[in-house]
Design a protein. Structure first.
Length: 189
């Protein structure tokens, strides 16, 4: 059992007969006689739907342990992503909805952590950011005003907005949580 005030992102809990993965958790201590609350964003591991709520800090919840395995991405086909556990040779099929929008950034041989609840895959943990090559964008403009952005297509086929100074073949860092440009990767010349 875990108290609601001790919930952290990444944990899995059972609440009201459903199993959830904690996506965000923020504890707010109470004042005086008012008890504290934990504001959480939960993803239902059965339906995939997300839900935000506040829980009383002293509420006891059952913690569910997820098994995390390092796996290698093989390929995707017809809405499924296929992963391989290198040591055992075991393969896992994961629906793209479980991976989320970051599924477009998966490349063959990429290593990720895959979480299982029993025999069922419940999530794929990609890094917080990736370094990706820009394959198509407008010619760079070096102007005084750096606040203007332009679209750029990445090698994964995803389009993101980038600053004007970015050019084709630049490698940029993209946040997978927001799918937004973070910075340009320095070349080793």
């Amino acid at each position: 059992m875990v108290l609601a005030s001790q919930i952290r992102p990444g944990m899995a809990i059972r609440y009201e007969k459903a199993t959830y993965k904690v996506m965000q958790a923020e504890y707010h201590p109470g004042q005086g006689k008012m008890g504290g609350q934990t504001h959480v964003r939960l993803r239902n591991l059965d339906t995939g739907t997300q839900w935000e709520t506040s829980l009383r800090a002293e509420l006891k919840l059952e913690e569910v342990l997820l098994e995390k395995k390092p796996m290698q991405f093989l390929y995707s086909d017809e809405g499924l992503c296929f992963f391989l556990e290198p040591e055992s040779g075991e393969q896992a099929e994961v629906p793209e909805e479980v991976v989320g929008p970051a599924a477009r950034f998966l490349t063959p041989d990429m290593r990720v952590a895959v979480e299982f609840l029993g025999d069922r895959t419940v999530s794929v943990q990609l890094p917080d950011y990736l370094e990706v090559k820009v394959v198509d964008t407008a010619t760079p403009i070096h102007a005084q005003n750096d606040s203007t952005w332009k679209p750029a297509r990445l090698e994964s086929g995803v389009e993101v907005m980038v600053p004007q100074f970015i050019k084709n073949d630049d490698v940029i860092r993209v946040s997978l949580n927001t799918l937004k440009y973070m910075d340009r990767v320095k070349s080793n010349h």
